[in-house]
Design a protein around this ligand. Structure first.
Ligand code: MF3
Ligand code: CO
Ligand code: CO
Length: 336
């Protein structure tokens, strides 16, 4: 029996700034990976074998995940520098593909369940799994770039949402609160950690800003497999009193929306958009649960990641956590 949920109003669509919906562009030819690069099991057929991997990593696997995670973080940072007006998502795919190979890794999305490109690029109302194509980024867009690479037998999976040029304040707030919700989820994971701690932190923060949380796409165990059996919902569910064992590697990747969090999938069978066309943002880290809490593995050796690039951009715009709080009250909604 589902716990009775309070209905909470989401934001109405804003009228000041209207954006045309994202439209699919054209796909470039399939990119090649040199034969010298070790491939994950699905690379040829497109079908990952049924998940059999342990949730907890061996010390050797964990060391590999730190190196692969660091490489993925560096690639995402470089990809983020392309989030500028006029750059096509295909150009981002080309860069990620080339950097992955340069790092001796396989770009995990390529042919994963038939995905045609090497990275996911999700613009504006695209929630996730956007396919890079000939669409140039426009001033005011937001774009999530989701990089996963496979090296030394393990995957590193990380994403960030970047601001393209001059972005409206509501979208900046969406991006900011989404990043904060990931940070709060990570901070909530103090042993003895449970799966539901993650959704609780994310959903509480989103609700404070009247943002939606997407339920249909979730975080996952990651390691020797791209997606293992461990499921990590981003909404609170008290039944998820599932302990996370130390040494478990998994992602947290909340997707928050300005309006309805309900997805619809394009007939390319991948691109997930909000049904109401409202914008969606996402941030993702691959984490390991250690004795002192959850530690991001998708950071460079010096601890840097694209999330800090985005945080710096938002700070430069002069936003602080309280600044946009007014939008909630000014919309005149009751709070429950
Ligand atoms: N990187 C995505 C995730 O966070 C998965 C992309 S699957 C793909 O789980 F096939 F679309 F690449
Ligand atoms: Co993921
Ligand atoms: Co990802």
């Amino acid at each position: 029996m589902m716990a009775k949920r309070k209905r909470r109003n989401l934001r109405p669509a804003r009228t000041e700034r209207q954006y045309p919906p994202v439209e699919a562009g054209l796909l470039s030819p399939t990119r090649r990976v040199p034969a010298t690069i070790a491939r994950p099991p699905y690379a040829q057929s497109g079908q990952p074998p049924p998940s059999t991997s342990a949730l907890v990593r061996t010390p050797t696997e964990l060391a590999a995940m730190r190196r692969t995670g660091a490489a993925a973080a560096g690639i995402l940072m470089q990809a983020g520098t392309l989030a500028k007006p006029g750059v096509t998502t295909d150009a981002i795919d080309r860069l990620v593909h080339e950097l992955a190979i340069e790092a001796g890794s396989y770009p995990s999305p390529l042919n994963y369940r038939g995905f045609p490109k090497s990275v996911c690029t999700s613009v504006n109302e695209v929630i996730c799994h956007g396919i890079p194509d000939s669409r140039p980024l426009r001033d005011g867009d937001i774009i999530n770039i989701d990089v996963t690479i496979y090296r030394e037998g393990v995957h590193g999976d990380t994403s960030a949402t970047f601001l393209v040029g001059d972005v409206d304040p509501e979208s900046v707030e969406l991006v900011k609160v989404t990043l904060e919700s990931l940070d709060l989820a990570i901070a909530a994971l103090r042993p003895p950690a449970m799966v539901r701690d993650i959704g609780r932190a994310i959903e509480a923060h989103a609700q404070k800003y009247r943002l939606g949380v997407v339920r249909e796409f979730i975080g996952h165990g990651v390691g020797t497999e791209f997606h293992s059996n461990l499921q990590i919902p981003h909404c609170y569910d008290r039944r998820l009193s599932i302990p996370i064992e130390q040494g478990t590697t998994f992602t947290v990747e909340p997707m928050l929306t300005l309006g309805s969090p309900q997805p619809a999938v394009w007939d390319d069978d991948w691109t997930a958009v909000t049904i109401d066309g409202s914008r969606s943002a996402q941030f993702e880290h691959t984490l390991v649960l250690g004795e002192n809490g959850a530690e991001p593995l998708t950071v460079t050796e010096t601890g840097e990641c694209a999330h800090e690039m985005v945080r710096a951009t938002i700070k430069d715009l002069g936003y602080t956590i309280q600044d946009l709080g007014y939008t909630i009250k000014d919309l005149g909604f009751s709070t429950d």
